[in-house]
Design a protein. Structure first.
Length: 391
């Protein structure tokens, strides 16, 4: 378990971010073979401008690419499989809007536009022994994981581990949601995937993070930090970043799973930190969580009521709801729905909740934020009583 480096990084200013990246790599003793075939994997979850804070900021990508070019590396490809369809047209539009096309042009690196994938086996997987990976990741010597710090409606946290879900091509992602609708199992699958992809370096863009209904529907929250770790320091890195936004590993199933496998400590205080000694002053105590933040419904009620509450859970759990007046009928929610429970009628999305598995992929993929996460009054009451209990 390697150290985690934290560097205060106030703005998306290229010289400032490049200096932060240089310091991270020095502190972590990062080495790279100049002849390596490198994939830089940002979070490009959807086609949107960097200001929306759903995607890795292009200045961070440019700073990392320029730094590794300075180490002699020339074979560099930017690649991700965003949510929804995985086609050259979708990728090209995404790169344009997220600023990655301009980065690739300025730096003279490749943008992946081929949409092939292949199955890579991972015999040590605890849940999954094989994954379909997009070609550039499957073929890379070195993967650089460039994630954004965000909340996530399903996994609570989106950071280094979760970013690697974008190594799975397009609509195979909803299939994994359907195979593993349970949050704990989904988390185990993500940890298996991260162990297979094994990024050499993970760098977190937390200059501006996303709070609230992430990973796409939340709001910008300035933190002023970049953070990094090499190889299996990834898990400790996510643990520290979770702490920074007020989350413990028990609230983030991926971290609980990683700690259970011995991949990171169970307490962030046990992680070796390097870099700016005052970096943790960037921690945000009131970072807003997603409305869907999952609850153990039985944890807050007297034992005799626990069974009843559990039976009622499907009715109490947060659910997606389309705001018809804002729906533009693009169909992206239906495309991404693993349970195939969304249809379009009169150019408006309709959700049949009886089949919903509460993954919130639809909320994530709606380009106009027309899908809300509705909570019931009793859910809000139980959420409040649990946060009081935790505080
Ligand atoms: S309706 Fe939305 S939350 Fe429900 S299964 Fe489909 S994508 Fe997931
Ligand atoms: S709800 Fe959003 S994603 Fe679904 S069809 Fe309407 S606009 Fe498109």
């Amino acid at each position: 378990m390697g150290p985690v480096s934290l560097i205060k990084t106030e703005r998306y200013d290229l010289p400032q971010v490049q200096e932060a990246v240089r310091r991270h790599l020095d502190l972590l003793h990062f080495r790279i073979d100049p002849a390596a075939k490198v994939v830089v994997k940002p979070n490009l979850i959807m086609r949107c401008r960097p200001e929306r804070t759903a995607t890795t900021n292009p200045v961070v990508a440019e700073a990392v690419i320029r730094t590794i070019q300075g180490l002699g590396v020339s074979d560099i490809t930017i690649a991700d499989s965003p949510g929804g369809l995985y086609t050259p047209q979708v990728l090209a539009a995404n790169y344009e809007q997220t600023g990655m096309k301009a980065v690739a042009e300025r730096c003279g690196v490749k943008l992946n536009l081929s949409c092939g994938s292949r199955v890579v086996r991972y015999e040590e997987g605890q849940l999954c022994r094989a994954f379909d990976l997009i070609d550039p990741v499957a073929d890379a010597d070195v993967v650089i994981n460039l994630c954004k710090l965000k909340t996530h409606c399903m996994t609570t946290l989106s950071c280094g581990i979760k970013n690697l879900f974008g190594c799975i091509p397009g609509l195979l992602k909803p299939q994994l949601h359907y195979r593993f609708p349970d949050g704990q199992q989904f988390a185990r699958m993500l940890v298996d995937l991260s162990l297979l992809v094994k990024p050499s370096l993970t760098l977190v863009d937390a200059v501006d993070a996303m709070e609230g209904d992430g990973p796409t529907g939340g709001s910008r929250r300035h933190i002023g930090l970049t953070a990094a770790a090499v190889e299996d320091g990834l898990y400790s890195l996510d643990l520290v970043m979770a702490h920074l936004i007020g989350l413990g590993p028990e609230q983030v199933p991926m971290l609980a799973d990683a700690a259970g496998r011995g991949l990171c400590p169970s307490r962030w205080e046990e992680v070796a930190l390097v870099g700016d000694s005052d970096a943790l002053s960037c921690a945000v105590a009131d970072f807003a969580m997603p409305a869907s933040k999952t609850l153990d419904f039985t944890g807050n009620v007297p034992r005799p009521l626990a069974g009843l509450i559990r039976r009622l859970e499907p009715r109490l759990a947060p659910r997606p709801q389309v705001r018809e007046k804002d729906c533009i009928g693009c169909g992206r929610c239906a495309e991404s729905c693993p349970a195939k429970t969304i249809s379009l009628r009169n150019r408006k999305a309709k959700i049949d909740l009886s089949n919903c598995i509460h993954c919130f992929c639809c909320h994530e993929m709606c380009p106009v934020k027309a899908i809300d996460i509705k909570t019931t009054r009793i859910f809000r009451f139980l959420s409040k009583s649990r946060s009081r209990g935790n505080s």
